[in-house]
Design a protein around this ligand. Structure first.
Ligand SMILES: [Zn+2]
Length: 266
């Protein structure tokens, strides 16, 4: 009969049984697997920890990682897909978020990368790197994809030989976010014949996703700002009309000033 010796993880202080120990050590004590994983995920080299890092530094790294993980778990728990396009992209229309699932080789969803609708600036359907369709906030969608044109290339394709295979079909998204300015939704990642079942099944899904992104961008509050700017232009037009009325002696200077203030929202 053997006694399982337990000791405390030097980073988090939790008692670790032999089974939960990692192979990483700090000051001769084994780290628990959770802490070792957290440090490893943060890019810390796990050999010779005590020579390169202070305990406080390591605790901070683990703490930040766990907080991020916790926030991410809450974010995932709160995400409630109202529309799923295969396992390519999920939309949560109630919370105005969408998610790009991370899928394992066997097709299981293991994680979701979640984004806010309001952060989207542009979206673009790319086929083997060529732009098929694109649109964005305050901009009409261009390209054939939404109108059933399969494989049409924006802006003509002079000298571009139409291939009968596709190696990459993806939607590129651009965000108003310095930390993660772009994201890709990969629909096709390996050479696929365009007359194959997979291509004929996948292409409409990409079109479908594109339509949803188009609707999202039309509803985006940033678009309203553009509309308000147009509102300013029409206010200026209105003022010019009243200036004419003033110049023609139809209204008084006082009435003109009042109207001007009203139109400018002063
Ligand atoms: Zn630990």
């Amino acid at each position: 009969m053997s006694i399982i010796k337990t000791e405390d993880c030097p980073i988090c202080g939790q008692s670790t049984s032999a089974m939960e120990k990692s192979s990483a050590k700090f000051n001769g004590l084994y780290l628990c697997k959770t802490c070792a994983k957290a440090l490893g995920s943060s890019g810390v080299f796990l050999i010779g920890l005590d020579k390169k890092h202070s305990l406080e530094e390591l605790r901070n790294i683990v703490g930040v990682y766990e907080k991020d993980k916790e926030e991410h778990e809450i974010e995932i728990a709160e995400f409630n897909a109202t529309k799923k396009i295969g396992n390519y992209v999920y939309f949560d229309d109630a919370n105005k978020k969408f998610a790009i699932p991370k899928v394992t080789l066997t097709g299981k969803v293991k994680d979701l990368k979640i984004f806010n609708y309001e952060d989207i600036l542009d979206f673009e359907l790319l086929e083997d790197g060529n732009s098929v369709s694109k649109g964005g906030v305050g901009r009409a969608i261009v390209g054939g994809a939404l109108f059933g044109g399969v494989g049409a290339i924006v802006g003509g394709s002079t000298g571009h030989k139409m291939k009968n295979t596709c190696s990459k079909l993806q939607i590129k998204l651009t965000f108003n976010n310095i930390e993660s300015p772009t994201a890709y939704i990969n629909f096709i990642v390996a050479e696929t014949k365009k007359d194959s079942f997979i291509y004929k099944q996948t292409y409409p899904m990409a079109q479908d996703a594109l339509s949803v992104f188009n609707i999202i961008c039309q509803d985006n509050p940033q678009k309203d700002e553009c509309d308000n700017q147009q509102g300013d232009i029409s206010a200026a037009d209105e003022i010019l009309k009243f200036k004419q009325l003033l110049d023609n002696g139809i209204i008084t200077q006082e009435e003109f000033e009042a109207k001007k203030k009203q139109l400018l929202g002063l």
